[in-house]
Design a protein around this ligand. Structure first.
Ligand code: ADP
Length: 646
């Protein structure tokens, strides 16, 4: 750059910097004290409210930058800012980082020796200004009240504020003292921060901390680089095949979440078999500590590794390049799902979040809910009832996410109360273009169909499950039908033109739309189905079915992909090119068999190789449509076979 223009550029940069410095001390502080260029969306909004001494409730996901929302005002305002935080290591990290930036900060928690604690308190006594991090159990003792009141607390920040609510998954009894502590400090302006807060938890935070007309900011839940997707496999085998496909397509690092330890061990075992060259490790809380540490290390350091885990895995793990998170089972709440799926794509690159849903997942979660309070000897029945009801509502919402036909990202944002405008979306519903317009009128024929389905449910009301209702509507003369005289009922065979699977799926949809509910049979995994009051009203024609069911008539259960496999009759002649491909495939098979130390037919039969040679599949996906090539085989040998043909 010529000297004159370089000078001009320099002068204009200085001017720009001076303008910021003069006009905006908050921006200036961001750059000078925190070495950051610009605020993230909503940080500024929160900080301005704090600086105006308003109470604030700030709900942003992990990593969104909540700390700055109290650290920067603390620096600008001077005086003492007390930060209550439950995580000792996080607290120590933050104090170290602040000091490195020349900002005064100290902490008092159980890790300090009595001597170090005395020293910190005397430092406070000498007129400390800066951020004081406190563990919540230090508040109840009242040991710091005198010194803090002398100093005058300018700002109180409550990190992980959801710990105050028993509805949150991290309820901490020590947190319930914070409201009283705040009063003893003369109710300083307070900011409560959390990553997970649904309506009920938010209301608890406001109530228990006595926040006065707080400024509430909920933002940052939209993860634009995550491709959400829900799959509803017909059978367990279909699910395994689909998981294998995803791992085959995604060479990057991933996490597969299962809801039970047994599930983790089984899935890790067969995936390990199917992907011999890849690091696939199990992780759950029942494992030995050393094994867990080893598994975590492998996952962190090996490119392309996959951890199969329960929800015990993930806290504090910061791996930016996780390319996919698969939920082999549906978790019990959207918070949990969001938190686990959100471990994908921290680096901002596109990443997949695939949730598999089968109705058994709902039963498993239902079982967990039924267990609430079972190990509690000093049982408070009212509390347990409330906890169960809450868990039930959350499970219902999770099922709605898994079975709904609305944009997944939008559903997550709605759930958290984040009103961000999402624009274009790549979730499975938006990609298929099947999002349902909930306000569109429902065709009369669909209304009739819904009422027929409901009348089928009414006949088995609370005595049998969906399968029996489907048999009744489908007119199946089963043993059960005869024993319970289904065939004499007017609803018998009402929908016999549809397949049983279609009828079952439609019944499930009706239940998911809130017109029926499924309850677990006492001491068993079986589910019973019964009408809800909304269902009764629709059946009687007193109200319309919800818009969610607008597409019900189109329900067709896909045939299992295995049945659609293509083979080739043995007597089809191979032409010269196909023969050449066949020979090359055979050579590849011999090599693979030697490598894996298995007989050649275990890799695949001649008949399968002939079909491949004739059909010339161009991708692993196409290869899987050939008879004899299951997803496991495609995963293990597919690429070598395709390479051999080229
Ligand atoms: P949270 O408490 O919400 O989980 P943190 O406050 O720990 O998140 O911030 C996460 C990371 O984001 C930190 O490394 C922090 O320095 C960084 N960060 C915060 N605000 C900004 C910003 N405005 N610009 C760039 N980085 C930021």
């Amino acid at each position: 750059m010529p000297f004159a223009s370089a000078t001009r550029a320099f002068v204009s940069r200085c001017r720009a910097a001076t303008t910021v410095a003069v006009s905006d001390p908050t921006e200036q502080c961001l750059q000078d004290r925190f070495a950051l260029q610009a605020f993230r969306p909503s940080q500024r909004d929160v900080i301005d409210a704090v600086l105006q001494m308003r109470d604030v409730l700030c709900v942003m996901p992990t990593g969104a930058g909540k700390s700055l929302c109290y650290q920067l005002p603390a620096v600008l305002q001077r005086g003492v800012c007390v930060v209550v935080s439950p995580l000792i290591s996080l607290m120590e990290d933050q104090v170290r980082q602040l000091r490195a930036r020349g900002i005064d900060a100290c902490f008092i928690n159980s890790s300090l020796s009595p001597g170090a604690r005395r020293e910190t308190i005397s430092q406070l006594d000498n007129g400390f200004e800066g951020l004081l991090y406190l563990a919540p159990e230090r508040l109840a003792t009242g040991e710091l009240d005198a010194v803090l009141n002398r100093l005058g607390v300018k700002l109180l920040a409550i990190d992980e504020a959801h710990c105050i609510s028993q509805w949150g998954h991290d309820f901490r009894p020590e947190y319930s003292q914070i409201g009283i502590f705040r009063e003893r400090l003369g109710n300083p302006p307070t900011i409560a921060l959390t990553a997970t807060a649904t309506e009920d938890v938010r209301a608890d935070i406001i109530r228990l901390l006595h926040l006065r007309e707080p400024h509430i900011v909920v933002t940052g839940f939209d993860r634009t680089n995550l491709l959400y997707e829900v799959r509803r496999p017909e059978t367990g085998k279909d699910r395994d095949r689909a998981v294998t496909r995803i791992l085959t397509d995604q060479a990057g690092t991933g996490i597969v979440y299962c809801s039970t330890r047994k599930g983790v061990e089984e899935v890790a075992a067969w995936l390990g078999e199917a992907f011999k060259g890849r690091v696939i490790v199990p992780y759950h809380a029942g494992m030995d500590m050393n094994d867990r540490t080893w598994a975590q290390d492998q996952f962190m350091k090996t490119p392309g590794s996959v951890v199969v885990a329960t929800s015990a895995f993930g806290m504090g793990i910061n791996k930016p390049d996780v390319r996919f998170v698969i939920h082999y089972n549906m978790p019990g709440t959207i918070e949990q799902y969001y938190q686990e799926a959100g471990r994908a794509g921290r680096d901002g690159a596109l990443s997949r979040c695939v949730l598999f849903y089968r109705s058994q997942d709902r039963s498993t979660q239902q079982y967990f809910i039924d267990q609430i309070g079972k190990d509690n000897f000093d049982t408070d029945f009212r509390m347990i009832k409330e906890l169960k009801e809450h868990a039930q509502q959350k499970l219902d919402l999770m099922v709605r996410y898994a079975t709904g036909h609305q944009c997944r990202r939008q559903m997550i944002l709605n759930y958290f109360g984040d009103d961000a405008d999402i624009g274009a979306c790549e979730c499975d519903v938006c990609r298929r273009g099947t999002a349902i317009d909930l306000d569109a009128p429902i065709p009369e024929s669909t209304v009739l169909l819904v009422r027929q389905l409901l009348s089928g449910i009414a006949r088995v009301n609370g005595k049998f499950g969906i399968k029996a209702a489907a048999e009744l509507l489908g007119g199946v003369e089963s043993e059960r039908a005869i024993k319970f005289r289904f065939h004499e009922m007017p609803t018998f065979g009402l929908l016999k033109v549809r397949s049983l699977k279609d009828i079952s799926r439609m019944l499930e949809r009706v239940s998911e739309a809130g017109l029926a509910r499924q309850t677990r049979m006492q001491d068993s995994f079986g589910m019973l189905v019964e009408l809800t009051p909304a269902g009764v009203a629709v059946m009687r024609g007193e109200s319309k079915p919800p818009g969610l069911l607008a597409d019900l008539e189109g329900v067709r259960v896909e045939k299992s992909s295995r049945k659609a496999r293509q083979g080739v009759p043995d007597d089809v002649e191979l032409d010269v090119d196909a023969k050449d491909r066949f020979e090359r495939l055979r050579a590849a098979r011999s090599r693979l068999a030697r490598e894996k130390e298995v007989p050649a037919y275990v890799v695949c039969h001649d008949r399968t190789l002939r079909a491949i040679a004739l059909r010339v599949p161009q991708s692993l996906e196409e290869l899987e449509t050939i008879k004899g090539m299951g997803s496991m085989k495609v995963a293990m040998y597919g690429q070598s076979l395709l390479d051999a043909m080229r």
